[in-house]
Write a protein that binds this ligand. Sequence first.
Ligand SMILES: *[C@@H]1O[C@H](CO)[C@@H](O)[C@H](O)[C@H]1NC(C)=O
Ligand SMILES: *[C@@H]1O[C@H](CO)[C@@H](O)[C@H](O)[C@H]1NC(C)=O
Length: 469
Amino acid sequence: MKGAEMRMRSKYRKSTSLVCNGCNRCTLTIVVWSLMGCLLLLHFYSLVRQKKSFGELHLHVSHNSLSHELEVVEEENIQIPPPRKRSPRAAKRKPKKPTTLVDEFLDENSQLRNIFFPNERTAIDPRNGDRNETLYFHPARIWLDTEGNPIQAHGGGILYDESTQTFYWYGEYKDGPTYHAHQKGAARVDVIGVGCYSSKDLWAWKNEGIVLAAEENDETHDLHKLNVLERPKVVYNEKSGKYVMWMHIDDVNYTKAAVGVAVSDYPTGPFDYLYSKNPHGFESRDMTVFKDDDGVAYLVYSSEDNSELHIGPLKEDYLDVTNEMRRILVGQHREAPALFKYQGTYYMITSGCTGWAPNEALAHAAESIMGPWETLGNPCIGGNKVFRLTTYFAQGTFVLPLPGLPDYFIFMADRWNPADLRDSRYVWLPLKVGGAADEPFEFRFGFPLWSRVSIYWHKKWRLPYKRIE
Ligand SMILES: *[C@@H]1O[C@H](CO)[C@@H](O)[C@H](O)[C@H]1NC(C)=O
Ligand SMILES: *[C@@H]1O[C@H](CO)[C@@H](O)[C@H](O)[C@H]1NC(C)=O
């Protein structure tokens, strides 16, 4: 449908250029002109219809300059502050080691705290009438929903519902206290459930509530609040008409290492929880689900102590895996997989495995989704070196294709705040595939020369969409 729209648009351009050339020459011209008129009318009709059905969002007509802005390289120059004044005696007892930007990021008392986790005063607030801010993303700022509450959709993913042209953002609802279950345990928030938000423009998000809720009492239940529910992803099954949610299910010590499945008739739930399992009999921790354009959906998960990823197609109803499975990126220790497809090639962004601490993202590519997958290198551009080596102090969770904008994607990441996980931030940035890969370090003769995957750092940016008021 979007392809048709683009074709219509180029037709429109052609016909307007004809307007300037010869008129009133002969009947043939008149016939051609009437035809053009009909086409124009049809085009305007489709535009009007488009406006109505696409709600508030519409592709910006002259989007070239705005698209170009997405690829502008923005630098960051953050100075590490001099150490705080301490009494000479304290300084003598424990000399202060020089800190790095990563140390500062991990130090909740750092003087740079407000740079990494800007306070409420700078929040993105769709209720605010400031038109200069409308549709602008500010990575890592607090992001309020349409009721003014911080969005709770961590480790999330987005489903685009074509029929209603609405985006649904699902993620971990973490609005509870952060604590350690025991001395060696990672920081955690008890399971509350999966939050869902809807939007027509990817900027103003309405809270649709908790669409899969934790179990309060039954300690044997997968969704019991003392367990772990991470990285929920929802795909729509055309054959059954159901919305199917896959998620990482674990116990407090991450020894269960399972995937869970839930299903609903509506994108806004409620989802019925079905079961959990070790897919193909293996451990499964960070995971994602990717639906290919032929309707086949795939589960991708970190396995074997996170040393490799496994990928396999789901059954036709998406409620279970099949027996088919391939090991990919073996020995590379990657997690947080996010897949997308561009011009027939499959791409994946992954992170390293360092718990809540940020690390370097890598892009991977494959001609066949089942592999072999090749590693292309770090996709991050701009910011500064530390930004690029820490995925902008964040961890990827999803790559979103954009309706009507086939050359761009949104890279969605989480800037985790292990001191207060509910206050973790969202880092959304434009992603593009193009140009030669810089360092395909597994390059071998006979392999295709992959294109580069680029994620561009921006302090503030927007999509080349415009709102229809
Ligand atoms: C919006 O931007 C314009 C032009 O830069 C400026 O004059 C105006 O004061 C801004 N409005 C607000 C509410 O900041
Ligand atoms: C998790 O590990 C801790 C420390 O090893 C242990 O005390 C606790 O019983 C474990 N809990 C579960 C649910 O396995």
